[in-house]
Design a protein around this ligand. Structure first.
Ligand code: ZN
Length: 118
């Protein structure tokens, strides 16, 4: 499953960050995922649930920030929500556009537990 290997690499990155901060656990993880990133949201949820077992993220609250893909038409400059990379401009029907966002696949933030330093 494609999403499972993505979940594993997300966890790897999050754990590396947490270890830099000497954290004992990750309590919250926020992901930015674009609707054109190629990720199936449901599948990623399921994959994350399985993949966090025995990691610092085991009890973390995982939030997915779904980013609606947006494009700007190269002909008329209209900005619009795009569902498919080959969608044409809803205003002028132009086929060429620049993707503004929607390919995100990254960790936005994470919250960690660190041992009390006395
Ligand atoms: Zn247009």
């Amino acid at each position: 499953m494609h999403e499972f290997s993505i979940a594993m690499s997300i966890i790897e990155i999050a754990e590396a960050e947490a270890k830099k901060a000497d954290a004992t656990a990750i309590t919250e993880l926020v992901l930015d995922i674009g609707t054109l990133s190629g990720i199936e949201f449901q599948a990623l949820d399921t994959a994350m649930e399985m993949a966090v077992k025995n990691t610092l993220l085991e009890n973390a609250q995982i939030k997915v920030n779904k980013i609606q893909a947006r494009a700007r038409c190269s002909d008329c400059g209209e900005e619009f929500d795009i569902e498919n990379i080959f969608d044409s401009c809803p205003k002028c029907g132009g086929l060429y556009h620049e993707l503004l966002c929607g390919k995100e696949l990254q960790i936005k933030s994470l919250v960690v537990d660190t041992p009390d330093v006395q």
